[in-house]
Design a protein around this ligand. Sequence first.
Ligand code: HEC
Length: 156
Amino acid sequence: MALSSKSSLWLLLAFLWLFSACTHSEKPEDKSKDEASCTKSKSMNPNGDSELALLMRQMYDSLLAMNLIIKNGGIPAAFPDAFLKIHTAKPTDSHTKPDGFDAYADDYLNTYKKIYQSPKSELKSAYNLTVQKCATCHEASCPGPLKKINKLKLEL
Ligand code: HEC
């Protein structure tokens, strides 16, 4: 009996230790989330992703897929019309969009569309230029995802 109550005390201590280890590890996690998004408040509101943030993730996934297609000698299929919504999709808050957002967005969309008109020999550079347009707008407004964006670039 004495042994089992002793071991349950140890269990309790182990539990407390684990619990405190968990709360400590939250800090670096939050930081990495902040790096992926623009606004600090977002990590406290994981279900509150804005329409614009969700669209951005689709754009990221789409370029990542295209990266693999081009790397493997394929040709991208068609410009995703859904991305035209970049102008109207609701941002996290009214301060999220930088001045000149629509001009950056048009520049990006036009560059993106040109990928589909490029001859195969120029696909890589047309693709990289599009990634650069993502980065240009982000440098102006939302540097968090820049690292992730720059990793999309293909080696020429
Ligand atoms: C015209 C400006 C602009 C362009 C172009 C742009 N972004 Fe963004 N991006 C933003 C803004 C503003 C946000 C913040 C959205 C929000 O929080 O509502 C954002 C958010 C993001 C996020 C974080 C989404 C999240 O989970 O919170 C990623 C990742 C991202 N963009 C990647 C990209 C990629 C990849 C491209 C190019 C294919 C791109 N962006 C092009 C302005 C831009």
